[in-house]
Every structure is written in structure tokens, then in C-alpha cells.
Design a protein around this ligand. Sequence first.
Ligand SMILES: [Zn+2]
Ligand SMILES: [Zn+2]
Length: 380
Amino acid sequence: MRNLVELDALRLTVVVDNEVDTMSSVPKELGFASQAQRLFKDLRNIDQEKSNVDENGAHCPHPGHRDDEQHVRSVAYDFMDLCCGAHGLSILVTGIKGNVEHRVLFDTGPQSAIFLENAKRLELEFEKIEVIVLSHWHIDHSGGMLAAVDKCREARQHQQKTGQVIVDLHPDRPDQRGSCLTRLPPPGQEPPQETPLIEYVAWGADPSFEGLETKGAKITKHGEAHTICEGFFGISGLIPRLTSYETGIPNHVRWSNTTRSWSSEPEIMDERYLVAKVKSKGIVVLTGCSHAGVINVCKDVQNAFAKEDELFFVVGGFHLAGATVETRIAETVKDMISINPSFMAPGHCSGWRSKLALENAMPGRVVSLGVGSDFVITEQ
Ligand SMILES: [Zn+2]
Ligand SMILES: [Zn+2]
């Protein structure tokens, strides 16, 4: 059991997610504001020159107008300031206790361009990021990592801040991963008489340890559970597979540069989650894809970090989208009811069917993880 510091507040800023949702309401306990709501509130952010022109570059008459007699102010709002969705996940995590603050980045989305653009629109302060945590070796989580490290190094230099950004990784980096498109007989069964053409799809290779170091990262490798940032955050070790139905991705494969061949790898054993504990609220867990199964993730949180604490908020990819895993939704929902988290934000690879099923079973507890969203969980 690892001890976590009890935080006064935890802030989660969604830098990359599949979904864009700037409008749905969220329970007040999550201190939520969408990026659109924040921009509306903070009128100083609105760039009149940029927003207040029509297609011909002519200034529009209404925005920017202020009439003190009528107590009216009108401003223009630029939709180009909103973040864009992409298949992947990246969440900035800020923990606060007293006057101490620690900030880490959990995953970096599928590619540098979308990560950097959204980071710019969210005005991410890279010099304050102490650790970048990779949930698992899949490109939709590691694709923006080289750019993120580069930005951290540059921002630190600019602020004359010493030290490197730490990148917390699982040591077992695969050469490459992908999917097998050909349905093969289960292990133990004979393949058909004529050997079929077996087709694979290779996903992009994750950044290498050397590449990350060249960009300025200080790499730490962890396969075991541990805490970071003075105990503000916990990172899991291997997540035990306890449920009967959470059996990974059936057609997931791993490439070896040594044997120059693919091998079946339904379980993505390097996946880890991040946890934090907020005073009077309980445990918040961030899970990248939940390839171990989101119920196995929650069970491990309870065993490894939570003690008697309530599970307050389960956030991230629940990996319940796609024909091969959607059959697990009913059992997942049943088990989630007994785990009883206060709130859930199933994002990224969760799929609409699991969100709908969870919301129907536990009304009012599911919120969207739209890109640009900001959750501020405090003890109040
Ligand atoms: Zn993913
Ligand atoms: Zn994944």
C-alpha cells in the first residue's frame, strides 16, 4: 500500500481527447468549466482585432461595443481559440496542498501538431511541468511526447529554471505494436489447410528512450507502483487481471526487430494509471486506455492506494468501443455499480455505448471528457 498526500485541490486540464464538448453541464462537485465557458468568462482573453472582422476583413459593428449608460458590453468570440479533438489522450494534472503545487502531464496525445496547438490554445505553462507520465506504449498516448519534452526544456531555459523534465516510463518499450486483421484460430486449434495471407497493421512507433533524452528528458523507468512529486501522485505497477471478462484486445500484436516477426499480445501489460487523493473527496484515478479493464484498474486502485478511501472520480479511456469489447459493457457496468465511484469521465476509447450504459445505471455520475475541459476538485 502506497501513501498519498491528501491534497487541498486537484486540477485536471484535458489537453487531448477524442471528444469536443463545450456545452454539456457537469455536477458542481467537479468544479468544471469547459474551455468555452472559461473564454466567455475571461473577456480579456478575447482578441478584438482577430475576432471582430468579417470574411472581407471589415470590422463588424457590434462586438467591442461598450455603452456605459445602458450597462451593455458586447465582445467577439473566436472559435479558433477552442481546442481540437483527436484520437488519443493527454491530461495536465495539478495538485495543490497549502502553498505547494506540483504539476505533471499524463500522456501526450497521438501527434505533436495537435498536442502543441491545443497546448497553445490552453496557454500551458511548460516550465511548471515536473514530470511527464506515459500510461502505456501506444502512439495515441506517446505521439506528442518528443514535442512536449522539447517545449518543457525550452520553457525551463527561458525561465532560467534548472533541472530537466522527468519522463516516467515503463521499461518494456516494444519495437512496434499493431493489429492483426486476419482472424486466426484460437491457440491449440489447427489453422486451416491452406495457410491464409495474414495481414497486420503496424501503428506508429513510440518515441525511443534515446530520442527523448536528446530532447532533454531525464528518464526514469518504473514497472512497480511508486509515488512522485513528494507523494502528491501515485503511479501503478502491473495491474492484476482479476475479472474473467477483461481479457485485453484479441487482435493486438507486437513486432520484434530481433525476430522480425509479429506475435500475439492481447494483454498490454505495461499499462499504468495515475492516482491522487483530495481531502474530503477521495481518490481520483486517471487511466490511459484501461487495457487491463477499467474494473481491474479500479480494483487495483483500491488495493494499492485507496485503503478505506472512496473512489471519487474515474477519468480516461475505458476501452469499451469496438465490436470485440462492447460485449463487456454489461458486466463492466454491473461491477462499476458495486465499486460505486462518485463520478466518471469515460473518454478517449470508451465509446458512446459504455457512456450511455454507465449513465443509465448511475444517473448523474457520468460527465464528458471533452478536450479543453477543466475540472477543479477541492475539499469543499
Ligand atoms: Zn488509447
Ligand atoms: Zn492503448
